[in-house]
Design a protein around this ligand. Sequence first.
Ligand SMILES: Nc1nc2c(c(=O)[nH]1)N[C@H]1C(S)=C(S)[C@@H](COP(=O)(O)O)O[C@H]1N2
Ligand SMILES: [Mo]
Length: 287
Amino acid sequence: IFTMVDIRSFPSESGIRFLECSGNPIYKKPYGKTASDLVGLLSCAEWTGVSLKLVLQEAGLQPGAKWVVAEGADAAALTRSIPIEKCLDDAMLVYSQNGERLRPQQGYPLRLLLPGFEGNMNVKWLRRLRVAAEPTYSREETSKYTDLMPDGSAREFTFYMEAKSIITRPSGGQRLSAPGFHEISGIAWSGHGKIKRVDVSVDDGKSWQEAQLQEPVLTRALTCFRLPWHWDGKTAVIQSRAIDETGYVQPTLAELLAVRGDNHFYHNNAIWPWRIAADGEVTNANA
Ligand SMILES: Nc1nc2c(c(=O)[nH]1)N[C@H]1C(S)=C(S)[C@@H](COP(=O)(O)O)O[C@H]1N2
Ligand SMILES: [Mo]
């Protein structure tokens, strides 16, 4: 048993990492109107705490350990099984966010942080870690956070948040005041590491231009991108696609639906194009 005093006496580390709910957004219509409707269950913060690897080693990790089962102290006792490889890689037990102690809503006093893994696995109000040879098959990894494929099979233990991006300016709900110069900007992120490139199309996907990335590009963190654009005042469809350091390219919604069907619920990382009308109004082109 480690108390919070014990945990806080370990050497600390900090990292800027995104955290995203894998239910962000849904596959079925009606789709959201704004960027926030589509990918609003997303944040990026500087987290401070201790390396989970260090804590496990200090506790005396035995060979044969394959999973760590993490349990929250909320009424639901949210329970998730984490593969040992992640626990011995960049997983952390965090007690601070953006330089202040965790807020109650974010898991005070202690939270598991698994950079790049779906939000649900980042257990708040952490009260127990159990080392096991098998996953526990809790509610949150069977009834929830598992997906039904078109052939009736279940896709389970989908940990990683795949590469994703969205244009936030201009985006749904906004209006371009007049034709002329407009900067296109947005955010990109990947659970597999750094964003390598973001392509932007202003002609409904016919051609793509490389956007400028804001430095520093951090691993498993939100990365801002920008592209100068001259809007000629005609109807246009603009969109962005992220490519991460593994070479993975963000898919279109049609590509995702073709493979997963719309009974799939989690891990929708599709491209979201915006339609610009002649009067400058911006709406969701997939809706
Ligand atoms: N103990 C506990 N941890 C939890 C949850 C929960 O209900 N209980 N919700 C999870 C889900 S579904 C997500 S998406 C993230 C949200 O983290 P945030 O509130 O810091 O944005 O926390 C996760 N950790
Ligand atoms: Mo979530």
